[in-house]
Design a binder for this molecule. Sequence first.
Ligand SMILES: NC(=O)C1=CN([C@@H]2O[C@H](COP(=O)(O)OP(=O)(O)OC[C@H]3O[C@@H](n4cnc5c(N)ncnc54)[C@H](O)[C@@H]3O)[C@@H](O)[C@H]2O)C=CC1
Ligand SMILES: C[C@H](O)[C@@H]1OC(=O)[C@H](O)[C@@H]1O
Length: 253
Amino acid sequence: MLLEGKVVLVTGASAGIGRAVAIGCAEHGADVALNFSRDQAGADGAVAAIEALGRRAVAIQGDVADPQTARDFIDRAVDALGRIDAFVNNAGICPFHAFLDMPVETFERTMRVNLHGAYFMVQAAANRMVEQGDGGSIIAMSSISALVGGEYQTHYTPTKAGLHSLMQSAAIALGRHNIRCNSLFPGTILTDINKDDLADENKRRSMEGRVPLGRLGQPEDLIGPTVFLASDLARYVTGASLLVDGGLYVNLQ
Ligand SMILES: NC(=O)C1=CN([C@@H]2O[C@H](COP(=O)(O)OP(=O)(O)OC[C@H]3O[C@@H](n4cnc5c(N)ncnc54)[C@H](O)[C@@H]3O)[C@@H](O)[C@H]2O)C=CC1
Ligand SMILES: C[C@H](O)[C@@H]1OC(=O)[C@H](O)[C@@H]1O
């Protein structure tokens, strides 16, 4: 059990990748606190799945775009589970839209959820880890989009590059506290975030065709990399990033 006795916090954990890694961390021995924004039923389902594994779980509602949510989530998670060992910044949105007529509200909301929200969450988690005094692991669900562009993602890809940059700077700021900060770069993973985009059969086939491992990702593909970075096996890994994309990024031709 790589995460036996550890407490892991995950944002945006009522669905998709966040839900999978929350349950996956519990499968590896962790107690888990889940942030969710609106989907109470999804959050309750994830809590039930974790409790069925014999681990403790708590779901706490909050919009990560609101800076107050960060302190509230960390405080209530620690009240319920006692401490934080690993924090997974996962919550994110990607409302696909063309560049030339990007609505200001869509641009600003994407920035606030994906990047500003991450900043305040990571800061609040780090402050708690510093108070605890025995280190910790912070993991950002960045993206392959930190490295490459997307025609309908001009508001989104900068948030993912920014999130990885935050991990790099935080790794320096927090290294003296033995708090490690790393990014995961998922490729295309089948979740609600791209359900509409990939409903176009041609696009979906073309995306699948570019993946050397021959399939698009599933949320559960992120469990192993998350558990590794949260665990003591990764004790000398900080400021790093790991592509979890089936080889998509390297497939130029
Ligand atoms: N699915 C994919 O292909 C990829 C996803 N990612 C990233 O993975 C993360 C998870 O996305 P998916 O699971 O794919 O999508 P998803 O749409 O299934 O999950 C996103 C989660 O974030 C939550 N969320 C959204 N806005 C929130 C807010 N303001 N406050 C709190 N929670 C909020 C949603 O309720 C949901 O639980 C995102 O940061 C996304 O950018 C990165 C690379 C690829
Ligand atoms: C939402 C996209 O399908 C998904 O998100 C990312 O970060 C990657 O760009 C994927 O294409």
